[in-house]
Design a protein around this ligand. Structure first.
Ligand code: UGA
Ligand code: MN
Length: 329
């Protein structure tokens, strides 16, 4: 009898423990749900966002050398769309400093507003340099007829060299801080991963990597030897060029630009030779630093935006109206 009571008691204790465990378990998981819900529904969810939980997890290059991204740009219907795409990449890469150079005789409010709305005022500069009329493409000219971005990139180089010299003087002439210059056209497509690669460029080096959809090929890329050194390039278009690669496929350690003040772009060179024109002062293929997984990854594409057909807009203009009256498109 006594044994039977003990046996029942044991069962009751086990039963109560299970109930107790389930009760506390359900309480704690409810609390998790509630806190998750409150952070989701809370209008101040931005607090958590700003504190960087979550977002920082995918921000590359929180530290790293400054990358001066040089973008020539000119006024046209797709300009704001192109620059919006670009600015959102730049927002994600904190060590990029954006040097935006307008092909115009003054800076525009479109670009000023874009920088402000993206919170990029503190890590950008808005410059201008107008392409001389005799070098500017006209109406139906094919775009390969004249080089583009020459005036603007040279203005950016002038500004960057000045700033770097100034910075080193400010340091009391001590060692120059390491930075990198990348020519970032406004219509290409850039992965944020590219900037992690660019950040690896060493002092005295020009980094190189593949570019997708350019020169009539799916990819133009440096060809490496078995030791991982750059032997040459696979380009199909004008492979006889000293450096047959696209502007989007290399970036330069800034000390090289200070040591070689004559290195810049020029109207005097043959079509497709702008890249070779600047690089010939700075490096030889063998000394270039291959990046992007030994040049096996494509992290930038030479995309080009179709010019929109605005026939209806032109008709509208004839009757003295425009569809974007008072709107910046
Ligand atoms: C190719 C290369 O990718 C360019 O880097 C190079 O400058 C160009 O050829 C060339 O050989 O001149 P592509 O797509 O043909 O580029 O040139 P665009 O994208 O039309 O222009 C390059 C950059 O110059 C762009 O950032 C564009 O906004 C700017 N640009 C173009 C001007 O500032 N003004 C212009 O009148 C035209
Ligand atoms: Mn382009």
């Amino acid at each position: 009898m006594n044994q039977e009571v003990r046996f029942r008691l044991k069962h009751v204790i086990i039963f109560l423990s299970i109930i107790g465990f389930l009760f506390f378990y359900s309480l704690s998981s409810n609390r998790d749900c509630e806190s998750e819900q409150s952070s989701r529904s809370n209008g101040d969810g931005a607090d958590a966002w700003e504190a960087g939980q979550g977002r920082d997890a995918f921000l590359p290059n929180r530290r790293g050398p400054t990358i001066y991204a040089v973008t020539p740009t000119y006024s046209r219907p797709v300009q704001k769309a192109e620059l919006t795409r670009l600015s959102h990449v730049i927002r994600l890469v904190p060590n990029v400093f954006w040097v935006i150079v307008e092909d115009a005789s003054q800076t525009s409010s479109l670009v000023t507003n874009l920088l402000r709305r993206n919170g990029l005022q503190d890590r950008s500069v808005q410059l201008f340099a107008k392409t001389p009329t005799n070098f500017k493409l006209k109406g139906k000219d094919p775009n390969w007829l004249k080089p583009r971005g020459v005036e603007q990139r040279n203005e950016a180089l002038r500004w960057i060299r000045n700033r770097l010299k100034h910075d080193s003087l400010g340091d009391g002439g001590t060692e120059q801080s390491h930075s990198i210059v990348y020519f970032m056209d406004d219509d290409n497509t850039y992965s944020t991963e590219l900037f992690e690669e660019i950040s690896k460029i060493e002092r005295g080096k020009v980094g190189v990597w593949p570019v997708g959809l350019v020169g009539g090929l799916m990819v133009e890329k440096p060809v490496l030897n078995r030791d991982g050194l750059v032997l040459g390039f696979n380009s199909a278009w004008k492979p006889e060029r000293p450096f047959p690669l696209d502007m989007a496929g290399f970036a330069i350690s800034s000390d090289l630009l200070l040591e070689n003040p004559q290195a810049q772009f020029s109207y005097e060179v043959e079509r497709g030779y702008q890249e070779s024109e600047i690089l010939r002062h700075l490096t030889i293929a063998h000394d270039m630093q291959p990046l992007a997984n030994q040049c096996k990854d494509v992290l930038v594409w030479h995309t080009r935006t179709e010019t929109p057909k605005l026939d209806a807009e032109k008709t509208l203009q004839k009757s003295g109206k425009i569809s974007n009256d008072g709107m910046e498109v």
